[in-house]
Write a protein that binds this ligand. Structure first.
Ligand code: IMP
Ligand code: MG
Length: 335
């Protein structure tokens, strides 16, 4: 039975450092399971594990710590790429066998989904077949894990796993982010899955079992895709270089813009975030430039302290669910 579930949600357009937070939380030993709740190979989580840089796309980070990890029913999976990712982990000395599972309801990304996705020019997708696969799922023409007879040792029924006799505590690891959510994002410049806390619940837990919601953001915004997102400021090139803002999946340049307080407040309130983590503050500190969009004005702050104070003051007064606000630097662990 479920003792509690914590959920990680990205409050911006992905690439805020969810992987880092998930990795730190797994280390705590608080969880018996990690569940990925949305997306597929479009995600790219960069994790620094025992001094090595590891990029995962499908595999939840619990595997790195010997925590049972499940690719949930809300996810889509491309098998050849998943196997490649498993191999890479194994080559890095990580035991995957016995720790990685896929719910039988997860959908399969086929080669034709990928080919079709390559034809996209409008959205600027990751060309991983994500959109066509979710379209087929909702059109009820999709292929689920259970209909593929291969690799059955990894296939489970998440209900049986989470609702047996043992008490389980789950970390839900999301992909993409609130600004890319199919309903809440800037449609059509969105991904094809839900990226909110609601998406975690859809993977098979009661809403009431949620203990904490970790909302992850960056001290500035980034976005990858076709729409024009980046402002004019020349400093954005420097932020991109210093923050290494290039896609983990596609290597594309991430467009940069200033932190938008109103969008973060909306994302916190809709997701019921309890613990807010704002990453990469050190990138702004190094360039000594701190700006925030708030109520259609761009505010310029003299130093890190007033920048943080402005964020904390507004969020604490406008977001009743918030319990903790953590500012974190680029290095890849949170203390
Ligand atoms: P798709 O998810 O590949 O269909 O891409 C839809 C949009 O979401 C594009 O703008 C992608 O660049 C963006 N996107 C998808 N996954 C990620 C991610 O993990 N990080 C950042 N952007 C993403
Ligand atoms: Mg990413």
């Amino acid at each position: 039975m479920i003792k509690f579930a914590d959920v990680i949600v990205d409050l911006q357009a992905g690439d805020t450092g969810k992987g880092k937070v998930a990795h730190s939380l797994c280390k705590s030993g608080d969880y018996t399971h990690v569940v990925r709740y949305n997306g597929g190979g479009n995600a790219g989580h960069t994790i620094y594990h025992n001094g090595k840089k590891i990029v995962t796309h499908f595999i939840p980070c619990g595997v790195l710590y010997g925590v049972k990890s499940i690719i949930g029913p809300g996810c889509v999976v491309h098998f050849p790429k998943l196997l490649k990712e498993i191999n890479e982990l194994v080559m890095n000395g990580i035991q995957v066998d016995g720790y990685l599972f896929i719910d039988k309801r997860a959908h399969i990304i086929t080669e034709s989904h990928i080919i079709e996705d390559y034809e996209d020019s409008k959205i600027g997708t990751t060309k991983t077949g994500n959109g066509p696969c979710y379209r087929d799922k909702y059109y009820r023409k999709g292929l689920r894990m259970e209909s593929k007879r291969l690799h059955t040792s990894m296939m489970i029924d998440i209900y049986e796993e989470l609702y047996g006799e043992n008490e389980v505590s789950i970390l839900f690891e999301g992909a993409q982010g609130f600004e890319l959510d199919i309903d809440w994002g800037d449609y059509p410049y969105v991904t094809s899955s839900h990226c909110t806390v609601g998406s975690a619940i859809l993977n098979g837990i009661p809403a009431k079992s949620i203990r904490k919601v970790f909302g992850i953001a960056k001290a500035y915004r980034t976005y990858v895709g076709s729409k024009n997102f980046e402002g004019d400021d020349l400093i954005f090139d420097k932020i991109r270089e210093l923050g290494k803002e290039y896609g983990a999946t596609t290597g594309r340049k991430r467009q940069i813009n200033w932190f938008n307080l109103d969008d973060i407040i909306k994302a916190i309130n809709i997701n019921g975030v309890t613990d807010l983590v704002i990453n990469k503050i050190d990138i702004l500190t190094e360039l000594n430039i701190f700006k925030i969009y708030h109520e259609n004005a761009l505010y310029d702050f003299d130093n890190e302290e007033v920048f943080k104070y402005f964020i904390m003051y507004n969020i604490k007064s406008l977001c009743p669910t918030i319990e903790n606000i953590i500012f974190s630097n680029n290095p890849h662990t949170i203390n």
